[in-house]
Design a protein around this ligand. Structure first.
Ligand code: EPZ
Length: 426
């Protein structure tokens, strides 16, 4: 199992380019199964998760080629209507196959996703979407069993206890495009990844209005055709590089970052005294001292993204003053805190909230990654810490960051990947 070993204290400088967005690529890869002819999708990041999704599509019968960030999906042989536990437990996004199975093959048997390190992640809203379109849905032996008897367009409200749901919006949208009649989704997610999914579906012939708003209107069509499409850049990867540049008091240019998708992140960085602005098609981030303390709460888009919470906490651990972080999307998403405390940070927790008292410096330590963004935050902290930080279980980071150590080395970081051979079990 690989580790990342970082010697901290190097100021980052230079240029880096972000890859395609994981959270747009995953639903778009399953949406390719809604068509009857092949799609060619460009700018697909080479990650554990996209490789796993390609495996999922192959296991359902589709032909998939994935090379050099280009994916070719031929759905003409898509025929399998079961997504087993072993597949879905490894990657929750596999639940997106529900839509093409039910609408194109008429039935689906998809394992319920298991638990998750970042907190409770029910899928009741996905099922609400399915039922609102008239599908017959049962839960049996840990599986969602759905049949498309006479699905018909309908009205559905997809707001949950913590606001809109990206996943339920994507799944219901993908179900509605091939369902006869008009479907109205209220309380829809407005994330850029949803807008990108709508862009792909419309390119294939779907009729959708309202992308980027909380109300989506879909007119069902009888079939879709495969197209060429290119995925948007990854705003969370971009935000992670912003935090890395700022915590090392560096000066970097991030290519591919879209300012309009990162307003809440950029506003917060400005408040913290970090210089950040668009220059020649890239975003320049520079910082020449410890950031100012700043408080924030995570919210659905366009609010502050929960997927940037841990990376910003790393930065605020070295801030001048006290910051309060309120996590409203995943109230338990604070596993990274104990590892920061091992590095000398001062963070106190209460339900859904963390109080961060800035300290003059962090010290390198052996730490354990627990989920994708927590591991990215440990990398950010390690870049600024005194001495060596040794991050274990980095397979978490490989789920969502393409060649992160190479990209950081390109910015002058002292980081390397160490392959630890798996222990031989007697
Ligand atoms: C997506 O997850 C992202 N994953 C997550 O990023 C991200 O944290 C999350 O959206 C929020 O922005 C992908 O796109 C693959 P949700 P998703 O449905 O779709 C509750 C990363 O690091 N909810 O928007 O699973 C839920 O518990 C990952 O890249 C219900 O109550 O998230 C949460 O509190 C981690 N019922 C809130 O809604 C449901 O049926 C938002 O969840 C569905 C969700």
């Amino acid at each position: 199992m690989d580790r990342l070993v970082i010697e901290g204290g190097y100021r980052l400088h230079g240029e880096v380019t972000v890859s395609g967005a994981k959270n747009a690529a995953l639903p778009i890869m399953t949406a390719a199964l809604l068509a009857e002819t092949p799609s060619i999708i460009h700018n697909v990041p080479d990650l554990r998760d996209t490789r796993m999704m390609a495996e999922v599509l192959r296991a359902l019968g589709a032909k998939v080629e994935f090379e050099n960030s280009t994916l070719k999906v031929d759905p003409s042989t898509f025929s399998i209507t079961e997504a087993p536990y072993d597949m879905v437990r490894k990657m929750r996004a596999s639940v997106y196959v529900l839509a093409p199975m039910v609408t194109r093959l008429g039935e689906a048997r998809v394992s319920l996703p298991g638990g998750c390190a970042i907190g409770a992640r029910p899928i009741d809203l996905h099922l609400r979407g399915l039922e609102s379109l008239g599908a017959d849905v049962k839960l049996e032996h840990g599986y969602i069993v759905a049949r498309n008897e006479k699905m018909q367009g309908g009205e559905v409200l997809l707001t949950g206890p913590n606001g809109s749901s990206v996943g339920a919006t994507a799944n219901t949208l993908m179900m509605a495009v091939l369902t006869p009649g008009t479907t109205t989704i209220r309380g829809a997610a407005k994330e850029p990844e949803i807008i990108d999914l709508v862009g792909y579906l419309k390119a294939m012939g779907a009729q959708i209005d309202g992308a980027g708003t909380s109300t989506l209107k879909i007119e069902g069509v009888s079939k879709l055709k495969g197209v060429k499409y290119s995925i948007i850049p990854d705003r969370i990867e971009a935000g992670t590089f912003f935090a890395a540049a700022a915590i090392t008091e560096g000066d970097c240019r991030v290519h591919g970052a879209k300012l309009d998708q990162l307003e809440s992140v950029i506003d917060k960085m400005g408040e913290m005294g970090v210089y950040i602005s668009a220059e020649n098609g890239s975003v320049r981030v520079a910082c020449d001292g410890p950031p100012r303390a700043a408080s924030f709460r995570t919210l659905p888009y366009p609010g502050f993204p929960t997927d940037m919470q841990a990376q910003f906490m790393a930065l605020l651990c070295l801030a001048d003053g006290q910051s309060v972080i309120t996590e409203t999307i995943y109230p338990d998403r604070f596993i990274h805190v104990s590892e920061f405390v091992r590095m000398g940070a001062k963070v106190t927790l209460s339900p859904g909230q963390a109080i961060v008292q800035g300290v003059p410096k962090l010290s390198g330590a052996p730490v354990m990654a627990s989920d994708l963004r927590a591991s990215a935050a440990l990398v950010v902290a390690g870049l600024a810490a005194d001495g060596v930080t040794d991050i274990h279980r980095v397979y978490h980071i490989d789920r969502g960051y393409e060649r992160i150590e190479e990209k950081l080395q390109g910015l002058g970081a002292n980081i390397r990947r160490v392959q630890t051979p798996r222990p031989v079990m007697d």
